[in-house]
Design a protein around this ligand. Structure first.
Ligand code: G6P
Ligand code: MG
Length: 220
């Protein structure tokens, strides 16, 4: 196959976006900063460091470097507490079925995530073996909407950028895919993910016909 399939992780493959939200919300509240679901959309796809910077800017707070580091640690600790309780059931609807089909049809498959916990989570839900390449928060220096993460994934797969499709639940991630000249598929809310080339509520809504349609928008 000369077409590459790239998945974001949080909110696309597994239902961890809700855990990131909870952990950030609790942390923000401990600083007397309050943010809503709409603001939370701006945290999706964004690295841990950048997320904390955003939250602090919403609360117009400035803190020492040590405090910043300790808050990052605190957030991740709470997040990993949720992850620890995870099992198979948190794989989002339709994802496993699609991964199986893609594997059978020998499509190159990559993960493109900002999370430093990506491998831990894939292992946890037993999906690691489906991925030919993994690019996560440990390997990228430029956060989405910079296309670096997807460019690296495509390079590892050995597939041309315009022959890759990216599945994303975040605004930053859709922008990153578009910036990389890849086909962007939004998973989630139509209102939020307007700039995606295609949008579905979740993978269970993507039929084989839809999937072929997505792949057929590529030139080769
Ligand atoms: C993903 C999530 C973000 C999260 C980021 C870093 O992009 O959508 O909400 O902040 O990864 O995750 P990490 O697990 O490294 O804190
Ligand atoms: Mg995501």
């Amino acid at each position: 196959q000369n077409k590459g399939i790239i998945f974001d992780l949080d909110g696309v493959i597994v239902d961890t976006a809700k855990y990131h939200f909870l952990a950030w919300k609790n942390l923000a509240e401990s600083l007397d900063i309050h943010f809503n679901k709409k603001q939370n959309e701006q945290l999706k796809g964004v690295s841990r460091v950048e997320s904390l910077k955003k939250i602090l800017s919403w609360g117009k707070k400035s803190i020492s470097e040590e405090r910043f580091e300790s808050l990052l640690h605190q957030k991740n600790k709470e997040y990993l507490g949720f992850v620890d309780q995870m099992d198979h059931s948190e794989i989002l609807p339709g994802v496993l079925k699609r991964l199986k089909i893609l594997k059978k049809e020998a499509y190159p498959i990559a993960l493109g995530s900002a999370s430093k916990n990506a491998k831990t989570i894939l292992e946890r839900v037993d999906l690691l073996s489906y991925f030919d390449a993994i690019v996560d928060g440990n390997e990228v220096s430029k956060a989405k909407p910079n296309p670096e993460v997807f460019i690296k994934a495509a390079n590892l797969l050995g597939v041309e950028y315009q022959n890759c499709v990216v599945f994303e639940d975040s605004i930053a991630g859709i922008d990153a895919a578009n910036n990389a000249n890849m086909v962007s598929v939004g998973i989630g809310d139509q209102e939020v993910l307007q700039k995606a080339n295609f949008i579905f509520k979740d993978f269970s809504q993507i039929t084989d016909a839809h999937f072929n349609e997505i792949l057929n928008t590529m030139k080769t």
